[in-house]
Ligand binder design. Structure first.
Ligand SMILES: Cc1ncc(C[n+]2csc(CCOP(=O)(O)OP(=O)(O)O)c2C)c(N)n1
Ligand SMILES: [Mg+2]
Length: 584
């Protein structure tokens, strides 16, 4: 036990949990604790907008597997966190959002910067800790840190601002270590039996494989079964793309090779994935989900087992431990799939080669709208060609984040990784404005790796303020802005479903490169295909000198497949005045 102030207890608990960096905007609510950050060994990274701080904490936590931490002023500083915390929730990121609150003695009186900060985070956090007196500051702070890692998701640490003051006698709680296991013996035995009898097993490697540090175990299991491996949607870094068994990602704008292979599966091992509904929707007109196959699902959260897809066996286990336990059970057994091993290897190669040549030839979109746009502005670049050039020029150990938009989505076909913790897409929450601040956070956690964000022009305008953070704090990253002068992903719906009636989707843009320069960064505008790769390489090189470069790429208004063909309907109008607003 030691006597200390509650601010001291707070920073000591952060330090005990290994916190080195905190993102936020300064505020009087927690200034007494902020004052102690430097002597506690904590860097405070001031940002432009609190949403950016929470996204940065998300990126930081995703790349490092450690907590990402953000803090802000009670009231408006905290409401600014909401969107980013929701995104972190669906990315399963261990973010701790510290939310100083209005003073406990005046709650409910409608004073300055007061709002009830608990309900707004109730559905987007795994745990909410509310400090209800200075004496419990360290205990509840520590619990929020433990819960974020244990539950894999954001937690909220809500602290009435007056509780930063006061003297207490306490012991700082150390981080809780929990060991995860492979799952129940019976479910492991059943799964091993299904895999032993499988003729065409396919593995889905999900985000849980990355989070568990289980890529090696997944590779070993795949090699033992000589099974093709597909990445779950937006987890392209969950299996090395250079491996012969890698078949690419499922889901929107994913790999046709992966889809055509999983279609043939009789047993699917879904390793570390919740099998989210959006990630297995039909694509390119292919209904690839193998409805007749037996599904083995492995997730450490039992609530995910069988939630979305019917399963034959559910294993509540850690993806790394489960993969190892399954391999152990299969070793020395006679596997049915050994008989057609060569045939399956040929089929994997055939599908992969076919998809690569299709991608090589697919330089522009062929639909009527896209062709019209290409003819109108023939000098502009085709997004697919640009994405291929970026893929070729991407440094081997790059970290890449992607935003929500048509071009960012198409990039799913072209982003390949050999190392886990390299890909940071805006996951199921799908908010525009995710990619740039998130990559800034990854760079703080991994300063030696090149950091690249793919962002559409609409989403860029939402998030570009954080250029100032990069410049002020010397956090060098490379955003690539696809300037197609439109909110393209939404426009695609108006193209396909609303008879080319465009409402709210066209953008008039300034020069984003010039804006970046005015903000103290470097900016280049690219309008020739040959310049794309060299620009990316130079920008990544310049990161070593602490420089942020915005690469603005001038692309056509052509558009790839839409996000939500499944969820839109042709318009029906019954009232006379709206009769013209249909499509034939
Ligand atoms: C915060 C937020 N607002 C609105 C949307 C709806 N939305 C999804 S994609 C998109 C268009 C993105 O446009 P842009 O960033 O320019 O990329 P493009 O589609 O043109 O490649 C919009 C508005 C969203 N996902 N998130
Ligand atoms: Mg756009």
């Amino acid at each position: 036990m030691a006597r200390m102030t509650s601010s001291e207890a707070f920073v000591e608990t952060l330090a005990a949990h290994g916190v080195k960096d905190v993102f936020g905007i300064v505020g009087s609510a927690y200034m007494d604790a902020l004052d102690l950050f430097p002597p506690a060994g904590i860097r405070f990274i001031p940002v432009v907008h609190e949403q950016g701080a929470a996204h940065m904490a998300d990126g930081y936590s995703r790349v490092s597997g450690h907590h990402g931490v953000c803090i802000g002023q009670n009231g408006p500083g905290i409401t600014n966190f909401v969107t980013a915390i929701a995104a972190a929730y669906w990315a399963h990121s261990p973010v701790v959002a510290i939310t100083p609150e209005t003073g406990s003695t005046t709650i409910g009186l409608g004073g300055f910067q007061e709002t009830d900060q608990i309900p707004m985070f109730s559905k987007i956090t795994k745990y909410q800790g509310h400090v209800n007196g200075p004496g419990r500051m360290a205990e509840i702070t520590a619990r929020c840190f433990d819960m974020a890692l244990a539950e894999r998701g954001p937690t909220q640490l809500n602290i009435p601002r007056d509780f930063f003051y006061g003297e207490i006698d306490i012991k700082i709680p150390p981080p809780r270590q929990i060991e995860r296991g492979a799952g129940g013996e019976q479910s492991l035995d059943e799964a091993a039996e299904l895999l032993t009898q499988a003729k065409f097993p396919v593995i889905i490697s999900g985000g849980g494989v990355i989070m568990a540090g289980g890529v090696e175990q997944c590779i070993a299991l795949a090699e033992h079964l000589s099974a093709p491996v597909v990445n779950s949607y937006l987890h392209n870094d969950s299996f090395p793309a250079s491996h012969p068994l890698w078949c690419g990602p499922l889901g929107y704008q994913g790999s046709k090779a992966g889809m055509k292979l999983i279609q043939q599966a009789d047993v699917v091992l879904a390793l570390g994935t919740r099998l989210g509904p959006f990630g297995t929707l039909p694509q390119y007109g292919i209904e690839y989900w193998p409805k007749g196959a037996k599904i083995i699902q492995v997730d450490f959260d039992h609530k995910m087992l069988g939630l979305v897809k019917p399963i034959a066996v559910g294993i509540c286990g850690d993806a790394r431990a489960t993969a190892a336990a399954l391999l152990q059970r299969l070793q020395g057994k006679k596997l049915v799939c050994q008989q057609n091993k060569d045939e399956r290897a040929r089929e994997i190669k055939r599908q992969k080669d076919a998809w690569e040549s299709e991608l090589n030839e697919w330089t522009e979109e062929q639909d009527e709208w896209s062709q019209k746009m290409i003819k109108e502005e023939p000098k502009l670049l085709h997004p697919r060609q640009v994405l291929r050039e970026l893929e070729k020029a991407m440094p081997e150990d790059a970290m890449v984040s992607t935003d929500i938009g048509n071009i960012c989505s198409v990039s799913n076909s072209y982003l390949r990784f050999n190392k886990p913790n390299s890909f940071f897409a805006a996951m199921s929450f799908g908010n525009c404005g995710y990619a740039f601040p998130t990559i800034v956070g990854t760079k703080v956690a991994s300063p030696d790796r090149p950091a690249v964000a793919y962002v559409g022009d609409g989403a860029w305008a939402m998030s570009m303020g954080e250029i100032l953070t990069c410049v002020r704090e010397r956090i060098p990253v490379t955003p690539i802005v696809f300037n197609n002068k439109q909110w393209g992903a939404e426009k695609k719906n108006q193209v396909d479903f609303y008879g080319w009636r465009f409402e709210g989707v066209n953008l008039e843009n300034p020069s984003f490169a010039q804006i970046a320069i005015a903000m103290g960064a470097q900016g280049v505008t690219i309008d020739k295909l040959a310049d794309v790769g060299p620009a990316l390489q130079k920008a990544c090189e310049d990161q070593k000198a602490g420089k942020t470069t915005i690469i603005e790429i001038m692309v056509t208004r052509e558009l790839g497949d839409p996000f939500r063909r499944d969820a839109l309907k042709k318009p029906v109008r019954l009232l006379e005045k709206y009769k013209a607003f249909t499509v034939n």
